[in-house]
Design a protein around this ligand. Structure first.
Ligand code: RIB
Ligand code: CA
Length: 309
């Protein structure tokens, strides 16, 4: 059984690996890619998405560029994690292909309205494009089967002690998504930080072919941040966990809980308050990742990426 997917991303090392995983998964029919500013500027995240599709020989998949900035907050790029290009490490040529002329929001609406099958949105960056889609096309919510997003955290954040980057970057957009009434799954740091991709996994993958070698080069750069910041011997491939959850839902355990996004001041900005124990009595509005089969995820990721040759 295939799942029809639209991937909204801000490549980004882990977005790039998530995209490759989607391309390697016959269970996914990838209708298109949309890009958003986040890890880097929109120009760079869009170029990076095009580079990955060209590298994988999948330029038939359309890319539409979206919002160059959050709804309200000032743009902030995570060059300290992903480098100046947003995908530092591998030496990939500038893209020969171009994004489609439509804005990502109009592209998403057209794909959703034109699909004769239910569509799953997989956002792996700030939720600006998704919020704009819901605002510009109010009726579109009924055409979205579910949203499986990478973002948020029950516990600690990563861009501040309170907040995870994708939600922190555009909390107003995230609040719009979490209050949309759409079936939302939140793949947060609580599960992605448990499933580290390690040097041994990278070496294993590098020996399998050119895609594996590319991923090992992405990992080599990306691991520098996680080693320095956390002292970890591996890196969380956050966005690939969201894609893996679509393909193999048994890897991540979720709990249906009420989630509220803090759109307030600086310290609490972007916090995802999860009513994990029901103390607040909030109506459940998201399936929140609470645990993960870490080795199962890593083995699945390596196996699928190796299949691309
Ligand atoms: O906090 C991790 C998330 O922020 C990932 O999606 C990463 O790519 C960045 O977008
Ligand atoms: Ca991302």
């Amino acid at each position: 059984m295939t799942t029809t997917v639209l991937l909204d991303c801000d490549p980004g090392h882990d977005d790039a690996i998530a995209l490759l995983l989607a391309l390697a998964s016959p269970e996914i029919e990838l209708l298109g890619i949309t890009t958003v500013a986040g890890n880097q500027t929109l120009e760079k995240t869009t170029a990076n998405a095009l580079k990955i599709l060209e590298f994988a020989g999948r330029t038939e998949i359309p890319v539409a560029a979206g919002s160059a900035r959050p709804l309200v907050r000032e743009p902030f790029v995570a060059a300290y994690v992903h480098g100046e290009s947003g995908m530092d490490g591998p030496d990939l040529p500038s893209p020969r292909t171009a994004p489609v002329p439509e804005h990502a929001v109009d592209f998403l609406a057209a794909r959703l309205l034109g699909s004769d099958r239910p569509v799953t949105l997989v956002p792996t960056g700030p939720l600006t494009n998704i919020a704009l889609l819901l605002i510009r096309y109010p009726e579109i919510a009924g055409r979205i089967e579910r949203i499986v997003l990478m973002g948020g955290a029950i516990a600690e954040g990563n861009v501040t002690p309170a907040a995870e980057f994708n939600i922190w970057a555009d909390p107003e957009a995230a609040a719009r998504v979490f209050t949309s009434g759409i079936d939302v799954t939140m793949i947060g740091l609580d599960v992605t930080h448990k499933a580290l991709f390690r040097p041994a996994d990278s070496e294993r993958l590098a020996a399998t072919g050119r895609v594996g070698k590319l991923v090992s080069e992405l990992f080599a750069f990306y691991q520098q941040f996680h080693s320095q910041q956390y002292g970890w011997d591996g890196s969380p491939v956050h966005d690939a966990v969201a894609v893996a959850h679509v393909v193999r839902p048994g890897l991540v355990q979720t709990a249906h809980r009420g989630v509220v996004v803090d759109c307030g001041g600086e310290l609490s900005r972007g916090r995802t308050y999860v009513d994990l124990w029901g103390r607040a009595g909030w109506e459940p509005n998201a399936h929140v990742g609470v645990d993960i089969d870490a080795q199962g995820f890593v083995d699945f990721l390596v196996e699928r990426l190796a299949s691309l040759g």
